[in-house]
Design a protein around this ligand. Sequence first.
Ligand SMILES: Cc1cc2nc3c(=O)[nH]c(=O)nc-3n(C[C@H](O)[C@H](O)[C@H](O)COP(=O)(O)OP(=O)(O)OC[C@H]3O[C@@H](n4cnc5c(N)ncnc54)[C@H](O)[C@@H]3O)c2cc1C
Length: 132
Amino acid sequence: MPIPCEFEYHKPPDVRRAVEILERYGAQAAVLAGGTDLLVWLKEGLAAPRAVVNVKGITELHALEVREGALYVGACVTFTKLLESAVVSNRLPLLWECSRTVGSVGSAVSVSSNGSASRSFASVARRASSAR
Ligand SMILES: Cc1cc2nc3c(=O)[nH]c(=O)nc-3n(C[C@H](O)[C@H](O)[C@H](O)COP(=O)(O)OP(=O)(O)OC[C@H]3O[C@@H](n4cnc5c(N)ncnc54)[C@H](O)[C@@H]3O)c2cc1C
């Protein structure tokens, strides 16, 4: 499905540049991280930003580390990374447990029945069941 609106696409190399762009466009900007929500909203016309700012390539937003006794979780850290972290599993078991149980296949299909990920999953599931 094509995206019905036009927008400027920015892929800043670091947080400083990302903030500059976000400040310039204010509420007219949309941050793009994984895109699982935003791309669906763009395709369905639920969002029409003037600028899309892709932050996925910003290394410091993927950081997961202890700093001065506190856990720093970057905005682009995935749940998989939380699950694989020894610090999280050993010292923050509740966060580890939440990361493990936050999503399910059933909710993914029902929450976004028009989303491309859902359609892909439904298509694979149909093929798997018909292959039996
Ligand atoms: C098929 C499908 C299944 C899903 N299943 C689940 C599920 O089981 N559990 C669940 O919790 N969620 C689920 N979601 C929702 C979605 O995956 C989550 O909301 C996820 O956190 C979106 O992450 P993303 O990086 O892809 O965000 P994006 O789609 O890139 O962005 C989502 C929103 O967050 C904003 N944003 C992103 N990064 C930043 C940032 N650093 N700072 C400020 N704003 C930011 C974007 O501008 C946008 O408004 C599902 C979505 C789909 C389409």
